[in-house]
Design a protein around this ligand. Structure first.
Ligand code: GLP
Length: 244
């Protein structure tokens, strides 16, 4: 694991955007795995600004998002479909037909997940997978549990995730209880992984991801076994980790 310490959120976002830009410049037809959450918003903003200047071109890129709430339409403002359009896709020159997010509007979990696995496999898996990390060490919506998950599957969100994500809803009752998420095995198939994290509330999870035992109770810890994983995190998120 490569760990890059940044002074603050802005620095983290710019460095992460640089890594993603380099990927797209080196391989214009890159397959990117993308993430939602508050953490990558600054990265997406920076990429959009560079795209507007003509410094990075997404016209041939295709994207596969990690996860989506089950039961929300693609137009629902709380859906990750909507999040990706408003925070990223609407601001870059990507062909929307090349963007993919699990279909949370399909109530048939098996069909929705199987179809997503088929598409990701057909695309050859991401060249670069961007990840945030949950406070309990989750990646995508792969929550702590007795084993590491494989392909795309339906999950029941944990109380801690529902609580953490409720800040983006009017009330906790409105947070969907289930989601479809790419599995840990699929995430590990990506040829490179970039994790972004900021803030003190992520310090425990970041420590366990980088230095704890590889344990499905902290799903992100498996990233220690990936051969090309970079963590870009600010001082606060790395405050429990030893300085290199
Ligand atoms: C959500 C998403 C994850 C994200 C995590 C952290 O539940 N499913 O993909 O990494 O929570 O979110 P944030 O960046 O808002 O802290």
């Amino acid at each position: 694991m490569r760990i890059i310490r940044t002074v603050d959120y802005k620095d983290m976002s710019r460095k992460a955007a640089n890594v993603i830009s380099a990927q797209v410049i080196l391989k214009p037809k890159s397959v990117l795995g993308l993430a939602t959450g508050t953490t990558p918003i600054g990265t997406y903003k920076q990429l959009a600004a560079w795209c507007a200047k003509g410094d990075v071109d997404f016209s041939q890129v295709s994207t596969y998002n990690l996860d989506e709430y089950r039961g929300l339409s693609h137009e629902d403002v709380q859906s990750y479909h909507y999040f990706m359009r408003t925070n990223f896709f609407d601001h870059i020159n990507i062909d929307l037909a090349n963007t993919h997010v699990p279909d949370g509007s399909n109530p048939d979990a098996d069909a929705a997940c199987r179809e997503y696995d088929r598409m990701v496999a057909e695309a050859g898996y991401p060249d670069l997978q961007l990840l945030g990390i949950g406070r309990n060490g989750h990646i995508g919506f792969n929550e702590p549990g007795p084993y590491f998950s494989k392909g795309t599957h339906m999950v029941n969100l944990t109380e801690s995730t529902i609580k953490a994500n409720s800040r983006l809803f009017d009330s906790e009752d409105q947070v969907p209880r289930q989601a479809y998420t790419m599995g840990v095995q699929t995430i590990m198939y990506a040829r490179s992984i970039l994790v972004v994290a900021n803030g003190e509330e992520k310090a425990d999870a970041v420590y366990r991801m980088c230095y704890g035992p590889v344990d499905p109770q902290c799903p992100a810890s498996i990233l220690q076994l990936h051969t090309n994983c970079t963590v870009i995190a600010d001082e606060a998120a790395l405050s429990k980790c030893p300085r290199a």
